[in-house]
Design a protein around this ligand. Structure first.
Ligand SMILES: N[C@@H](CCC(=O)N[C@@H](CS)C(=O)NCC(=O)O)C(=O)O
Length: 241
């Protein structure tokens, strides 16, 4: 994957006919979702990284708001990480990432729709200076995470997808990968007790060692450098991290 993040004044790299193109940013959790799906399904693609602080002028023709991820498939552009992931799963039926039974697919999609509540607390805790005690933050996280703990308990498998990760796993993972950033930001671990979200914590360790996940793993201390830039309003050194 190209690690250079293209910036204002750049030219878009030539497109390769017939090859999907993902516009991404190395540290964007939403783009990470789509990279996980592309890799899990073994779909050939190229990646063009975008500097989100100094966006290239040409990128606004692809995504009017200049956000990542965006997928280019021929002349078609798909935006939004969940829509891109579903599009890929439907267009490339090999290695399906949803259960075949419609009611089980719906159950997984409903669970995926609950991830937003987790990312919201994560964003407040890591990307803002909102003041709360570690106990209060923990309480805030445990509310939305309970649905995921319950789902793992109900399924009785190491992954939401069963014996291997599927869509729910890949859509949730980017934030689980960054859990240690909470401790770095707050200066202390959240006081999680042994009997709190035990299945989810075990899931996180198992995911961390899964090859597809390992392949594009970003250590939390590296992600933290990007988060710090967001807090201070400075430009991350995207290409050197
Ligand atoms: N809901 C979108 C969120 C995408 C998003 O917020 N991406 C961030 C980077 S992590 C972005 O492009 N930020 C630049 C901007 O907002 O201008 C998705 O799921 O794809």
């Amino acid at each position: 994957m190209s690690s250079v993040h293209l910036t204002t004044g750049s030219q878009e790299p030539p497109r390769v006919e017939g090859l999907l193109r993902l516009y991404s940013m190395k540290f964007c959790p939403f783009a990470q979702r789509t990279r996980l799906v592309l890799n899990a399904k073994g779909i050939p693609h190229d990646i063009v990284n975008i500097n989100l602080i100094k966006k290239p002028e040409w990128y606004f023709k692809i995504h009017p708001e200049g956000k990542v991820p965006a997928l280019l498939d021929g002349s078609k552009v798909i935006v939004e990480s969940l829509d891109i992931s579903d599009y890929l799963d439907e267009k490339y039926p090999e290695n399906p990432l949803y259960p075949v039974k419609p009611e089980l697919k719906k159950r997984d999609k409903d669970l995926i729709n609950k991830i937003g509540a987790v990312t919201q607390v994560f964003g407040q805790c890591v990307f803002t200076d909102m003041k709360k005690t570690p106990e209060e933050w923990l309480k805030d996280f445990l509310v939305p995470l309970q649905d995921f703990e319950d789902a793992l308990a109900q399924r009785g498998t190491p992954f939401f997808g069963g014996e291997k990760p599927e869509m729910v796993d890949y859509m949730l993972w980017p934030w689980a990968e960054k859990t240690e950033c909470i401790e770095i930001k707050q200066g202390t671990k959240l006081p999680v007790k042994d009997d709190q979200i035990p299945l989810l914590r075990k899931w996180r360790k198992t995911m961390r060692d899964y090859p597809i996940v390992k392949e594009i793993y970003t250590p939390p201390e590296v992600f933290w450098k990007v988060a710090e830039c967001k807090l201070t309003g400075t430009e991350p050194k995207y290409d050197d991290l």
